[in-house]
Write a protein that binds this ligand. Structure first.
Ligand code: PMP
Length: 362
């Protein structure tokens, strides 16, 4: 079994060890081709088969309906903050719901291209606002369904009235749970948390939202252009697609408590989160400030009530084989990201450490 430390980074983040081993084994010679995947033409039959399989597995895992296109792009979440308004806003109105750092960034970028209106703002409430002031003629509504820094997650997608499309930034929880496509117009996600290495960005876009890009939209980021070229308009991030494809295969065979695939990983994510939040709530040293109804299953921010212990906590955690627990610099404190590839044993080790540290310093 693994002797590696447990890695709680927010992204780039832990990957399944099986996948890393397979990548290592195939590095010099992919399937007898005599080439590394990094050395292949993206238009050759070998890479086309890798990309096709990845796309098929992804769609199967997430049950993506036929009227959605799946695009393998570059540019990351921050790139999408511009590409979405460039493709969907028609220069008109965009409504956003602010629940934390990433939705705020999305709103800021969209302002360069559209008339942006904040329909609701969680501010420091630690919960998703209930009342949204939406405009019926908005081109779309943007939400971040898992705020990686603040630790807020939508456990149900909103129903947006007047057929206004919902755009979701699901970068940090994609493939951790199913997506209700009946409520979504477009979803995007950077790969470097739950899918694979940095460099690949997934976009799922409903057919009717293609073809409305502003003239200033770069061709390589025009969803219609990319869709027509099957994500090969420009050279796609081939190696990242390959590794993500192996992660999809790992997910398809993943089993937990009699479940398989996405249902299995979701159940394990629920159990891991319950264990960790339970330990935090039961302690008198640690605190998580997010309302229980919208606590993220993926990113668990917590604070030590005595902040003078922070440095010692991180040093001792590292010595105990628990890496990258430092919170985002904008909020401080700690954050444990417990993505799909984090095992139950990893969360158990973290919980044991939390208790031990508290017993000695609390
Ligand atoms: N959105 C969310 C929810 C994120 O977590 C991140 C990255 N942490 C981003 C957007 C930005 O992604 P990138 O760094 O790939 O541009």
């Amino acid at each position: 079994m693994s002797q590696r430390p447990y890695n709680f980074a927010a992204g780039p983040a832990v990957l399944p060890e099986d996948v890393l081993r397979q990548v290592a084994a195939e590095m010099l010679d992919w399937h007898g081709s005599g080439m590394s995947v990094m050395e292949m033409s993206h238009r050759g039959k070998e890479f086309i088969s890798i990309a096709d399989t990845a796309q098929r597995d992804l769609r199967e895992l997430l049950r993506v309906p036929d009227n959605f296109r799946t695009l393998f792009m570059q540019g990351g979440g921050l790139g999408e903050n511009a590409f979405v308004p460039l493709n969907l806003s028609r220069g008109g109105k965009v409504d956003v719901v602010l629940t934390g750092s990433w939705s705020r960034k999305s709103a800021g970028e969209a302002r360069r291209y559209a008339d942006v209106h904040v329909a609701a703002d969680a501010a420091d409430s630690g919960r998703i606002p209930e009342h949204w002031d939406l405009r019926p003629d908005a081109a779309y509504v943007h939400v971040c369904t898992n705020e990686t820094i603040d630790g807020l997650e939508f456990h149900e997608l909103p129903v947006v009235p007047n057929d206004v499309p919902l755009v979701i930034d699901c970068s940090s929880h994609v493939l951790s749970r199913p997506i209700d496509w009946s409520r979504v117009g477009l979803a995007f996600a950077g790969a470097q948390k739950n899918l694979g290495p940095a460099g690949l960005t997934l976009v799922f876009v409903r057919d009717d939202l293609l073809g409305h890009a502003l003239d200033i939209c770069p061709a390589a980021f025009n969803y219609e252009t990319v869709a027509k070229a099957d994500s090969m308009f420009n050279t796609p991030p081939t190696f990242a697609i390959y590794v993500a494809g192996l992660v999809f295969q790992w997910l398809k065979r993943f089993e937990y408590q009699g479940l398989k695939g996405l249902a299995a990983i979701e159940q394990r994510n629920i159990d891991k989160a319950k264990l960790l939040y339970g330990a935090i709530d039961a302690s008198s040293l640690y605190v998580n400030r997010v309302h229980p109804s919208c606590r993220s299953r993926m990113n668990v921010p917590f604070f030590l009530k005595d902040e003078r212990l922070n440095d010692g906590f991180l040093a001792e955690a590292k010595a105990a084989g628990l890496l990258q627990l430092k919170g985002h610099k904008s909020v401080g404190g700690m954050r444990a990201s417990i993505y799909n590839a984090m095992s139950m044993e990893g969360v158990q080790a973290l919980v044991a450490f939390l208790k031990d540290f508290e017993a000695r310093h609390g």
